[in-house]
Design a protein around this ligand. Structure first.
Ligand SMILES: NC(=O)NC1=NC(=O)NC1=O
Length: 167
C-alpha cells in the first residue's frame, strides 16, 4: 500500500490527487469534491470532506462503484490497487468449508433478490458476522437495502482513504 502524505496530497495536481482517491471509491463526483476542497489542515478534515461528499451517494453512483467489488469470499483477481485492497479487506474470512459454502449460497440468494453483488465492509469482520449481516439484510425492503449498501460503500471508502493518506 503506497501512502501519500497529506502535504503531497495538498500539493499534487488535481489529476495526481484524484489517483490517490480513485481506488477508495471510483466515483468522479466524490473524487472531484474532495480534490477541490484542498488544501486540508489534517487528515481528519479530508475524511470529513469524503464523508460529506458520500452523504448521500446516488443509486447510479453506487451501482457503478459496485462493479469494482468482487463477491465476498471470492478473491479479487489482478494486481490493481483496488484488487489488492479488496484481498486485504477480505483476508480475515474463514477457510471453513461450511461457512464458505453458506456465504456462497447467501451471495447467490442476495443477488437473486436484489440483482447486485452483496456489499459489506469486510475489514474487521468474521465470516460468521458477515453471514449474519447478509441474512439480516436479505429481509430488507429495496429502499432500506439501497441505503445500507451506500453506507457500506462509504465505510469502505473512508477506511481505504485513511489507509492511503499518512500525516
Ligand atoms: N462484495 C464486497 O463486499 N466486497 C468487499 N467488501 C470489502 O470490504 N472489500 C471488498 O472488496
Amino acid at each position: 500500500m503506497t501512502t501519500t502524505t497529506l502535504a503531497q496530497f495538498n500539493a499534487a495536481s488535481p489529476q495526481e490527487a484524484a489517483q490517490t482517491l480513485r481506488p477508495c471509491l471510483p466515483i468522479d463526483r466524490w473524487i472531484e469534491e474532495i480534490v477541490s476542497g484542498r488544501p486540508y489542515d489534517d487528515i481528519e478534515s479530508v475524511v470529513a470532506s469524503a464523508h460529506l461528499a458520500a452523504s448521500p451517494l446516488r443509486p447510479d453512483e453506487v451501482d457503478a462503484a459496485l462493479a469494482h467489488h468482487p463477491r465476498i469470499g471470492e478473491r479479487a483477481a489482478g494486481d490493481s490497487r483496488e484488487a489488492t485492497l479488496s484481498r486485504s479487506e477480505q483476508s480475515g474470512l474463514s477457510i471453513d468449508e461450511e461457512l464458505t459454502a453458506a456465504l456462497r449460497a447467501g451471495n447467490a440468494e442476495y443477488e437473486a433478490r436484489f440483482d447486485r453483488v452483496f456489499l459489506i465492509r469486510a475489514a474487521g469482520r468474521s465470516t460468521a458476522e458477515i453471514l449474519e449481516q447478509l441474512t439480516r439484510r436479505l429481509s430488507n425492503d429495496d429502499e432500506t437495502e439501497s441505503a445500507e449498501v451506500a453506507d457500506q460503500l462509504r465505510q469502505i471508502a473512508i477506511l481505504r482513504l485513511q489507509g492511503a493518506l499518512s500525516a
